[in-house]
Design a protein. Structure first.
Lengths: 216, 199
């Protein structure tokens, strides 16, 4: 659904309908970004649409990623390096394809799992007001407010889910690190202390008994 | 919808973390780059996409070949991160300079999405009825997610408690090792010096 030449005059009602029909999309994707990789996504946006890009790093390394959002003419609208979480709202000033990229190029061996949510336009109203004769009934307005509340609950739930996934990933990392560290340190301790004794004993070996003397 | 670029034979995967018994629907459209026109072709007949869905326990839930445009769906029976992978069935060699694919993708989790084409209900009561059903679906989805969240938080808590007890155990074992190694070292050295008649 592209609206390329919106500069020509069209009936206002039809344009409104098209704008409402095109402008209500939300895409949320969780993907894995390998080390030294960059992944870009594109979205066709109509001029004047309010859009929100939100992203969060869920697992990997220091849980940070570079993000860049560019307009259709290449103008950089948002650019941040090594961010763990951010939310950016903008209004499209031109028609065209907007591009946003996540880059893990600064990392040498950790891959990251990144979640982003790109909301284009506002959600359609629950009771569309195009062919209405009367105002909303009480039942309908109750439905509308429940719908808004539920949308907000789902939004918070998603945020909480991501934070919990991030926390759990850190806890699992910590657990593995503690396990490796304790085993490694046990081995080092034993090797070093037994090695010390044998080394000391070798200093006093009976090769030249005449030069044997007590160390200072 | 959102789109992204991919190599001809490259596999692109996305992760969907969903509770059990959840319907996930995806629809996609793939276009191929044409080097003559220097643009993406509107339709690419003969081009197909392999869609593979893997459950968190590494089981393949769905593995099918679809056309250049298609809809796929699956219902999760375990909660967790399901991996949805898309790969084209193109047999062309990757050496084709500048050859790439544009994949439009839209994934929906749960059945609570308002389908705008069914909106025009003639009867007022039916319209409200329809909306209420949609709200009930939303609430049901929220409560499933909450349940899933409870399971995960329990796993998280277990991991943290395990880390805590590992550290405590390690501190005790390390102290014991140090003390016993220290005693062994002194004893061994003393016996050694006595045998060498230095003490």
């Amino acid at each position: 659904m592209l609206l390329r030449d919106s500069g020509t005059a069209r009936p206002w009602g039809w344009l409104m309908l098209l704008v409402v029909a095109c402008a209500t999309r939300a895409s949320e994707i969780t993907f894995e970004l390998p080390d030294n990789a960059k992944q870009c996504f594109y979205e066709e946006i109509v001029q004047g649409t309010k859009c929100t890009l939100e992203f969060q790093v869920i697992t990997g390394g220091r849980y940070d990623v570079d993000c860049r959002l560019e307009g259709p003419d290449g103008a950089i609208l948002y650019k941040e390096t090594k961010k763990q979480y951010d939310s950016f709202t903008f209004t499209a000033s031109r028609n065209g394809t907007y591009k946003f990229c996540f880059s893990n190029e600064f990392s040498t061996f950790t891959h990251k799992t990144v979640y982003f949510d790109f909301q284009v336009g506002e959600d359609p109203p629950l009771f569309p007001s195009e062919n209405r004769a009367t105002a909303l009934t009480q039942m309908e307005s109750a439905c509308v407010s429940i719908h808004e509340a539920l949308k907000s609950v789902m939004d918070y739930q998603t945020h909480f889910r991501l934070r919990e996934a991030q926390g759990r990933s850190r806890a699992e990392d910590l657990n593995t690190r503690v396990a490796y560290w304790s085993i490694g340190e046990a081995i080092i301790l034993l090797v070093v202390s037994i090695g010390q004794i044998f080394l000391l004993k070798s200093f006093f070996s009976d090769k030249r008994t005449t030069t044997t003397r007590v160390g200072s | 919808a959102l789109f992204f670029h991919s190599g001809e034979r490259e596999e692109k995967c996305i992760i969907e973390d969903v509770p059990s018994d959840t319907l996930v629907t995806g629809n996609y459209k793939v276009q191929r780059w044409d080097t003559h026109k220097q643009d993406f072709l509107e339709s690419a007949p003969g081009l197909g996409m392999f869609v593979t869905v893997t459950t968190p326990s590494d089981e393949v839930l769905l593995s099918k070949l679809y056309g250049p445009q298609g809809t796929f769906s699956f219902t999760s029976y375990i909660s967790g991160g399901h991996i949805i992978c898309l790969q084209s069935n193109s047999t062309r060699f990757v050496a084709f300079a500048g050859s790439k694919l544009r994949i439009h993708l839209d994934i929906r989790v749960g059945e609570h999405f308002l389908d705008e084409s069914i909106i025009q209900a003639k009867d007022k009561v039916n319209e409200v009825n329809f909306r209420l059903e949609h709200l009930i679906e939303q609430i049901y989805h929220i409560s499933k997610e909450q349940n899933y969240e409870r399971e995960r938080e329990e796993k998280f808590r277990k991991t943290s408690e395990e880390t805590n007890s590992n550290i405590l155990w390690w501190a005790i074992v390390q102290t014991l090792i140090l003390i016993s190694i220290g005693i062994w070292q002194i004893k061994s050295l003393r016996d050694f010096f006595i045998s060498k008649k230095l003490v």
